[in-house]
Design a protein around this ligand. Structure first.
Ligand code: NAD
Ligand code: DAU
Length: 356
């Protein structure tokens, strides 16, 4: 079996669902159920003995050790994190706690567990760390995309905490021989993404007739990957990646934010028409402090070494995503609880805005 952390969040839940759709190897899923963790994401697995959900914290060393001793996983796939850049600007402490201390705790527990395995178990064991392209910092319009050799230059509290966790993972391999793998992925989108991130926030606001808040000039570039493609990449890295290596994962889909928002509006105009275009709701608002201008991933290594390529284009993936949100309005309403409203007023309440 495998131990997954953060498997009630956006990418983790997609990963667990895809995993158990494709094979019968059981999953122990450790998640603290923060605002971003949602048991509803795992509803299709209710009553499925292959999925063991554990409500707990990756910073709880005794709990992690107990799970490793009881379930004897052959791998740990580590998604659990605080993941939203804007929240890291408002409150960085939780990011250091979960992303740095939590990863440290997992690594220490994994090191002790790995050391006690027999030869075959030792050789098979893997610690797969799920990380981000944001650790590489910001690109100018003419820079080549991030490769695995690009120096780290994190700019936000979030990316700094993820960079710290990547460094710990690297060191636990170099010093202790823990068989680690790291994936540095670009922006994901798809079903089950919490509506604080650009794409689901824009869809939710548009359907509610609320402004679509574009930060700054909207010309910042992100490299978008459909979440299902990230999950296949991670499975492939787990299966055939070389311990100690890092793999950049991306979809060769660089888009300016304003273009993404226009595409979303056009899709909504087609799939859920109203008497005016959703584009009328676009509003430019005060920029994010320290906003990285451009991310782009050079995904040639994972293609060359592991034969992975994304299956979705941005067009097919975005259409599926918009349709999913249209079909799951209850899911959106359920996560827009009191705490969500509080975040929306904290993050957007003080931004100056002007209509597009
Ligand atoms: P998310 O915020 O949707 O989910 C995070 C999950 O981790 C939640 O279920 C939450 O309850 C859980 N969690 C948080 N703190 C925990 C703790 N202390 N102990 C146990 N569980 C805890 O995040 P996501 O977007 O699914 O991202 C998953 C991982 O992928 C993160 O490590 C993130 O840095 C990385 N990543 C995300 C993206 C993206 O575009 N979303 C891209 C590249 C990498
Ligand atoms: O690059 C990978 C990273 O992508 C992941 O590591 C992070 O976990 C994930 O949150 C994401 O970070 P971003 O900051 O790029 O994603 P976000 O969806 O918050 O923002 C995408 C872009 O859209 C960014 O340039 C900021 C902008 N934006 C975002 C929001 C929420 C807006 O213009 N308006 C908004 O309201």
């Amino acid at each position: 079996m495998i131990l997954v952390t953060g498997g009630a969040g956006f990418i983790g839940a997609n990963f667990v669902l895809d995993w158990l759709h494709g094979c019968d190897e059981p999953v122990v899923n450790l998640d603290r159920l923060t605002y971003a963790g949602n048991p509803d994401n795992l509803a299709p697995l209710a009553g499925d003995a292959r999925h063991v959900f554990v409500h707990g914290d990756i910073c709880d060393r005794a709990l992690v050790e107990d799970l490793l001793a009881r379930h004897r996983p052959r791998a740990i796939v580590h998604f659990a994190a605080e993941s939203h850049v804007d929240r890291s600007i408002h409150g960085p402490a939780e990011f250091v706690r979960t992303n740095v201390d939590g990863t440290f705790t997992l690594l220490e527990a994994a090191r002790a567990y790995h050391a006690a395995l027999d030869g075959t178990g030792k050789a098979a064991f893997r610690f797969l760390h799920v990380s981000t392209d944001e650790v590489f910092g910001s690109l100018s319009p003419t820079d080549p995309p991030f490769s695995e050799d690009t120096p780290y230059a994190p700019n936000s509290p979030y990316s700094a905490s993820k960079a710290a966790s990547d460094h710990l993972v690297r060191a636990w391999h170099h010093t202790y021989g823990l068989p680690v793998l790291t994936g540095n992925c670009s922006n994901n989108y798809g079903p089950l993404q919490f509506p604080e991130k650009l794409i689901p926030l824009m869809i939710a606001n548009a359907l509610a007739g609320k402004p679509l808040p574009v930060y700054g000039d909207g010309r910042q570039v992100r490299d978008w990957l459909y979440v299902g493609d990230h999950c296949t990449a991670l499975r492939r890295v787990l299966e055939a990646g070389r311990p100690g290596e890092t793999y950049n994962i991306g979809g060769w889909n660089e888009k300016a934010n304003i273009d993404v928002v226009h595409t979303l509006c056009a899709l909504l105009d087609e799939l859920k028409p109203t008497d005016r275009s959703y584009k009328d709701l676009i509003a430019f608002v005060t920029d994010r402090p320290g906003h990285d201008r451009r991310y782009a991933i050079d995904a040639r290594k994972i293609e060359r070494e592991l034969g992975w390529r994304p299956a979705e284009t941005f067009e097919t993936g975005l259409r599926k995503t918009v349709q999913w949100y249209l079909d799951h309005q209850d899911w959106v309403r359920n996560v827009q609880s009191g705490a969500y409203q509080q975040w929306i007023s904290e993050n957007y309440g003080q931004r100056q805005g002007s209509p597009a």
